[in-house]
Design a protein around this ligand. Sequence first.
Ligand code: MN
Length: 233
Amino acid sequence: MASYVFDPSAQPSVAVEGTDARFPVRRIYCVGRNYASHAVEMGSDPEREPPFFFCKPADALLEDGATLAFPQATDNLHHEVELVVALRSGGKGLSLQQAKATVFAYAVGIDLTRRDLQAEAKETRRPWDAAKAFDQSAAISALVPTEDVGLSKDSEITLAVNGEQRQYAQIGDLIWSVEETICALSKLFELKAGDLIYTGTPAGVGRLVPGDRVTCSVAGVGTLELQIAEKSS
Ligand code: MN
């Protein structure tokens, strides 16, 4: 055992349905735009853009049923419901077939975004980290192993705030499929067991305010609930 100058941080992990064993998280990758409807609402042309990626730190995870402390430094916190993929293995330059074999489980996630900071970053051509990679910015449900998942092109992905539906799409609306996304990502990074991929959000992203209750689901995978706390200061 190595010795450290202080105790290392705890290993980030996510619950797995059907077992007490947890999924140890290595990295969190996110797809920037992956539904035509959302690309259009953000002012892009969905036809011409290959997938692009950004990251969140593994310790930004927030589990199902949690209360999100309202993030500092934003007046425009946005929800982005997403299908999340959890990898059991990885590699570089994977084929579609190899990409498929890396998938361990699926989950429902929310890519929480400080939209005001993202707009500023876009305008000034600066990185997105402050907009995307803040504490508690990666909400996630328990993982559901692939053998228990019933995903099809018709599976609905939805998000509601205080019971009112804001986001809706079908998984078949993804511009890049799960396998294609893994494939593309593996051409940029060596993927490994423990990696999570947030696969992008459909149209209807919007503002969350203190006190909001967020409920979302991916049919065939599961549900995720979040409470937004009152603003502290
Ligand atoms: Mn997103």
